[in-house]
Design a protein around this ligand. Structure first.
Ligand code: HEM
Length: 474
């Protein structure tokens, strides 16, 4: 397992050449996402603009780490973060040769619109207008200082006038609960479970969970779940530069609208109290994993991640009476370390999503349910991976959209699609029926209870995150 130690100077070239945010989130509270389509006949200008102007703005991972260190020591916040992403059409526009063979992820080459048979997304004619158009590039700006971010966005848009058209702009903003933990709009702490690539992060994780990776397997301090990840999970050699240690990453962007009022009402109709939502998500709102507890308030719940769903088929079945198979976090990560047949990599991604949309009532104060929004808020889902086909699409298609996954007892009836993001072909919103544990931890199940989908995909695209030496070479 190759963990990155930022204190080891031999890692310097790699850290300087890859863009930030891939191996660790940038951590800023506000984001702007500018989707550009370059104009025909302006290839040279667009290319020079990226090479001379944008490449110098893009935040390397080394700079991000340095800013993290400065914040830890002196509480000095980092400056603006800039990232740049290109679609397959963008690479073709810039005249890069043999895109089909050099960046040979089929999903990336097709683009998101052509992958509906796999993702079961709504028809692009129902997407938001901007996303129906072809994008060549996306620029990500992130900052804690909104005014500075807006100024930077304006500068980029003004300087690209004449050779690029802005097809869409999206804004993200972190929302928090009363503990200060980042949540998504249904109210649940998000961003807890991540693959960890840095040595100091893994050490911190083990310390927080009182776990010792060297302890014998059956010892109480042996970790129940290992977040340690090899950089191979997300990094791909950048095929368009000869500079050593230059890597990029495939990137998924999806705008997912959340009907919060609908979700909260449906949750209440289940008549299972707080447990109802916990069964759907796999965690209580404060982050406590429902497989470990039937109540909120676990100390450190907003970070807690040291658990699994059992290591034998019997244990896997037994744990479903505490965390159903259709629970979002169980569907999307069954924690069994299995690479699906015919795939090359574990279906785990580095998730970097941020909520979008404004709430006029503070999320840190429990609002009354009439005030929950039905539209205009949601999640800008983003993820980095080595393969969109084998990671994001396996998770969305083979796992979340698959009512028979996971199924430890061959031939047993399916338990339903992912309760939060499962999608069925031509059914938007998807309507499901689930059997919940009638009593926490006991095998008896409730009758089948209806639950409708409250997440709607409004548009998105597949990108590659090029290395900085490639961008400079343009
Ligand atoms: C975890 C919400 C979309 C994959 C979580 C968690 C929440 C959540 C509350 C638990 C916090 C954590 O462990 O980090 C949502 C909402 C979504 C959404 C509200 C849409 C609006 C997606 C999508 C995918 C996805 C589209 C992938 C196809 C995951 C994964 C985890 C996770 C892999 C971590 C599971 C684990 O390791 O235990 N999500 N999510 N989510 N979500 Fe989502």
């Amino acid at each position: 397992m190759k963990l990155i130690d930022p204190m080891d100077f031999s890692n310097d070239p790699l850290l300087s050449n890859i863009q930030g945010n891939i191996l660790k989130g940038h951590g800023r509270d506000y984001t702007t996402h500018i989707f550009l389509q370059f104009q025909k006949g302006k290839e040279k200008t667009a290319s020079a603009w990226i090479g001379i102007y944008l490449a110098e703005k893009v935040t390397s991972f080394k700079k991000q780490l340095w800013e993290r260190e400065r914040f830890k020591r002196n509480r000095v916040p980092g400056g603006i973060f800039t990232g740049l992403f290109l679609t397959a059409a963008g690479y073709a526009y810039l005249g890069m040769p043999e895109v089909d063979t050099k960046l040979d992820d089929k999903a990336f080459l097709d683009g998101m619109k052509k992958r509906l048979p796999i993702t079961c997304d709504p028809d692009p004619k129902d997407w938001e207008q901007g996303f129906r158009k072809e994008a060549h590039a996306m620029i990500l700006l992130a900052d804690d200082n909104v005014a500075r971010m807006e100024l930077a966005a304006r500068e980029i848009v003004e300087l690209s006038e004449g050779f690029a058209t802005v097809v869409a702009v999206e804004y993200g903003n972190v929302i928090r609960n009363e503990n200060g933990d980042g949540i998504e709009h249904f109210g649940y702490v998000d961003g807890i479970s991540q693959p960890l690539f840095l040595k100091d992060e893994v050490d911190e994780w083990m310390k927080f969970h009182n776990a010792d990776p060297k302890a014998p397997k059956d010892h109480p301090s042996s970790p129940k779940f290992d977040p340690t990840a090899d950089t191979d999970l997300v990094l791909v050699k950048d095929p368009y530069t000869d500079e050593p240690d230059s890597f990029g990453s495939y990137f998924v962007f999806r705008k997912l609208e959340q009907n919060v009022k609908g979700f909260k009402e449906a949750e209440e109709d289940l008549e299972l109290g707080e447990l109802g939502g916990a069964y759907l998500v796999g965690r209580f709102e404060d982050g406590s994993p429902v497989v470990l507890t039937d109540d909120e308030g676990l100390i450190g719940a907003g970070n807690y991640n040291n658990f699994n769903y059992g290591n034998t088929p019997q244990a896997v079945v037994a744990s479903a009476s505490r965390c159903p198979y259709f629970a979002h976090i169980r569907k999307t990560n069954p924690r069994d370390n299995k690479i699906p047949d015919g795939k090359r990599v574990l279906p785990v991604m580095a998730r970097r999503g941020i909520p979008f949309g404004q709430r006029d009532k503070k999320t840190a104060i429990a609002p009354c349910k009439e005030e929950f929004p039905e539209k205009g808020v949601g999640l800008l889902f983003m993820s980095y991976q080595r393969s969109i086909e084998d990671q994001f699409e396996v998770i969305q298609h083979n796992m979340a959209n698959n009512p028979d996954f996971p199924n430890p007892i061959p031939g047993a009836p399916g338990t339903g699609v992912d309760a939060i993001i499962g999608q069925l072909k031509d059914q938007h919103p998807a309507k499901h029926e689930y059997q919940f544990p009638a009593h926490y931890g006991k095998p008896a199940l409730t009758a089948r209870l209806p639950f409708t989908q409250f997440v709607t995909m409004k548009g998105g695209e597949y990108f590659f995150t090029p290395s900085i030496p490639f961008l400079r070479s343009l």
